[in-house]
Design a protein around this ligand. Structure first.
Ligand code: NDP
Length: 312
């Protein structure tokens, strides 16, 4: 498989099938990681307002010297900005932090809304944890916002040139169908957790049938909670050994071979390079990897782990 393989979005624009994730990349680390990745062939960056490091990502982009128009940049609308009057201020904050004047893709990060503790005009470029996870008497301040209100405001961002494409993250088939039924502009992308131990087959088939591309997050099985990682699974490790590849390369190639965009995060130069080298798996190895799917492991389940409350 050639490097830099691309898929075409329903807007007609292409995106590299392998991009760089930036969640939990610390200040300074992420600047260097982005610079290194861009200098070594990456042209696709996955960012989010809630990662609180978009300013550093922007610095890395500028230091790399790679022209803005050669890079595909995704960011995400956080849960505090779902009301229509907050959506534009959120994208403006991300654009300012990144130092760019448009995004290639903007996703609704989660289908759950939090009460914004400020006004749209007060949206900070790099937010504090208290701003992102508003609590009162220790209780998370959730609110109900019609997802179609948010989607309409997302569509306006495309019409006004802030973003080239819009999409969803962590939405299930029912929630995506609701958007599809009422939208003027179709979602171009769904980003969800996906790896050999969580195949998301039905969701992927549904999206592809509706011309929505899919991005796999946590494709290596992050080690945020210290669980056994999918890259350490004996089946993955033995296939990697046999093929003289790394376990991460096996997981990344597995997603890419399913036509799924994949955004491994690393701040380690050797791993950033390693993760950019995908290859073709034969059917026998592909099937053996897919057999892990019966485990249905979720490394990021806010319901069970309240990760968005614990991590920042
Ligand atoms: P990943 O599956 O990408 O795993 C990241 C971890 O794996 C890091 O600890 C990294 O360490 C390590 N790692 C990277 N490369 C290798 C390698 N070759 N061999 C062994 N270990 C490796 O997890 P993420 O959860 O970070 O997911 C990737 C990206 O997806 C995020 O960064 C973010 O951009 C996005 N995401 C989106 C979410 C959403 O809700 N839409 C939720 C979660 C993630 P190190 O950096 O030290 O090298």
């Amino acid at each position: 498989m050639a490097l830099n393989r691309k898929i075409t979005l329903n807007t007609g624009k292409e995106v590299d099938i392998v991009g760089l994730g930036t969640w939990l990349s610390k200040p300074d680390e992420v600047r260097k990681a982005v610079k290194y990745a861009l200098e070594n062939g990456y042209r696709h960056l996955d960012c989010a307002y809630v990662y609180r490091n978009e300013d550093e990502v922007g610095q890395g982009i500028r230091e790399s010297g790679v022209p803005r128009e050669d890079i595909f940049i995704t960011s995400k609308l956080w849960n505090t900005h779902h009301r229509k009057e907050y959506v534009k201020s959120a994208v403006k904050a991300s654009l300012k932090a990144l130092g760019v004047d448009y995004l290639d893709l903007y996703l609704v990060h989660w289908p759950v809304s939090f009460i914004n503790p400020g006004t749209p005009e007060e949206t900070p470029t790099v937010p504090t944890v208290d701003y992102l996870i508003p609590k009162k008497d220790g209780k998370l301040q959730v609110e109900s916002v019609d997802p179609l209100e948010t989607w309409k405001a997302m569509e306006e961002l495309v019409e006004e040139g802030y973003v080239k494409a819009i999409g969803l993250s962590n939405y299930n088939i029912e929630k995506i169908s609701n958007v599809l039924k009422h939208c003027k502009i179709q979602p171009s992308m769904l980003q969800v957790e996906l790896h050999p131990a969580l195949l998301q087959t039905e969701l992927v088939e549904f999206c592809h049938a509706n011309k929505i591309a899919v991005t796999a997050y946590s494709p290596l099985g992050n080690n945020v909670y210290g669980e056994d990682r999918v890259v350490d699974d004996p089946i993955i490790v033995s296939i990697a050994k046999k093929l003289q590849k790394s376990p991460a390369q096996v997981c990344i190639s597995f997603a890419a071979q399913r036509g799924i965009v994949v955004i491994p995060k690393s701040v380690t130069p050797s791993r950033i390079s390693e993760n950019f080298q995908d290859f073709v798996l034969n059917q026998e190895d592909f099937d053996a990897i897919a057999s892990l799917g019966s485990r249905n492991i979720r490394y990021n389940d806010p319901g069970e782990k309240e990760w968005f409350v614990e991590i920042f």
